[in-house]
Design a protein around this ligand. Structure first.
Ligand code: UD1
Length: 341
């Protein structure tokens, strides 16, 4: 079994939840982060939740090859989960070079060091965005990827391809791409969660900020989509379930050869208005909203077929939509100012 796992981007939203679940499952974890999109709140929270004050933390940028090389050399890493990447779709359209340079170079460095040390299990944090507007739902791992509609989405596709080709070429390098649907919520302790900078792009952080009065109202982007109530449908997954999916994938990676890909979703789609309702019910707080124009690039509907992850990894999501909304609200209530605190 892989004993020591490097979590790159481990001080961020998903990385911090994955660090907790890896430690709960008995792994040693080394965290690396360049702190470009987080502060130490979540890393401190991870230490509190796990009762571990000794988790090695390195403030490095994975775009710095020498730093990555040194990190591997000094920590005998058995597996890497690579989160360290930029993730704002709109910003990637405005600043494509920034996205291509950061997201590709950091991943190439990880793979190059993995190859140089004679092998490693490399898990890549991919996204359901690679499917685009799929013709048939739910999407399985066999659903064809469609041309990316943003540089961000393109970096996800390119990194998946780079991983596949590297695994084919280099002995001992094994890889898994995990395609996330829409991770939301926070650890039930409310010690770690998402801290978006500025105005949130994603639905649930916008809802939670509206619920605490930080935003006047939610803009529902379009009510003329081809869905049950006209608003966009997505597969929201509790970030703790998502994190447990990573633990299952690390276990599997050590026991198998080659390159693989798994959807991490629940299999159920909820519309924007379903989410508003679920949030209001779970927290007993009204969420004022208005119907606004569609957001460019959005699709009607996307949800996963998570069967493969269940059959092969033995993993499936356990939390329901109201759990997600409750935990998102608890976290937001305890951290009303996020980075601005
Ligand atoms: C978005 C990204 C996706 C990325 C994912 C990361 C786009 C087009 N897609 O997915 O590439 O992997 O985040 O988490 O940005 N909505 C509102 N009002 C809001 C915000 C969102 O109505 O203020 C709606 C959207 O139109 C959509 C749904 O809520 O129907 C979910 O939006 P969001 O949370 O941004 O996720 P995705 O668009 O699915």
């Amino acid at each position: 079994m892989a004993k020591r796992v490097l979590v790159s981007g481990g001080a961020g939203y998903i990385g911090s939840h994955v660090t907790v679940e890896l430690i709960n499952a008995g792994y040693e974890v080394v965290v690396a982060d360049n702190m470009s999109n987080c502060d130490m709140t979540c890393f401190e929270g991870v230490k509190k939740i796990t009762g571990r004050d000794d988790i090695p933390f390195f403030e490095i940028d994975c775009c710095d090859y020498e730093a990555v090389e040194k990190l591997f050399a000094e920590n005998s890493i058995d597996a890497v989960i690579h989160f360290a990447a930029y993730k704002a779709v709109g910003e990637s359209v405005a600043q494509p070079i920034k996205y291509y340079r950061n997201n590709l170079v950091s991943f190439l460095n990880i793979l190059e060091v993995a190859k140089a040390k004679g092998g490693c299990n490399v898990l890549f944090s991919s996204s359901a965005t690679v499917y685009g507007e799929a013709e048939n739902l739910p999407v399985t791992e066999q659903t064809p990827r469609l041309p990316a509609t943003s540089p961000y989405g393109n970096t996800k596709q390119m990194c998946e391809d780079i991983l596949r080709d590297s695994v084919a070429a280099y002995d001992g390098v094994k890889g898994i791409a995990l395609r996330y649907f829409n991770p939301i919520g926070a650890h039930p302790s409310a010690l770690i969660g998402e801290l978006p900078r500025g105005v949130p792009n994603n639905l649930v952080p916008f809802i939670t900020q509206t619920a605490i009065g930080k935003r006047k109202q939610l803009s529902v982007f379009g009510n003329d989509y081809d869905t049950h109530d006209g608003t966009g449908v997505r597969d929201y997954i509790h970030v703790v379930d998502l994190a447990k999916g990573h633990v299952a994938a690390v276990k599997y990676a050590t026991a198998t050869l080659g390159c693989d890909v798994f959807n991490l979703g629940t299999g159920t789609g909820y519309s924007v208005l379903d989410m508003v309702k679920a949030f209001e019910t779970a927290n007993n707080i009204p969420v004022p909203y208005e119907i606004a124009p569609r957001r460019p690039g959005d699709i009607d509907e996307c949800y996963a077929d998570p069967t493969r992850a269940y059959e092969i990894l033995g993993w499936k999501a356990e939390y329901g939509i109201e759990d997600m909304c409750r935990d998102a609200n608890n976290w937001q209530s305890k951290n009303p100012n996020g980075f601005e605190a």
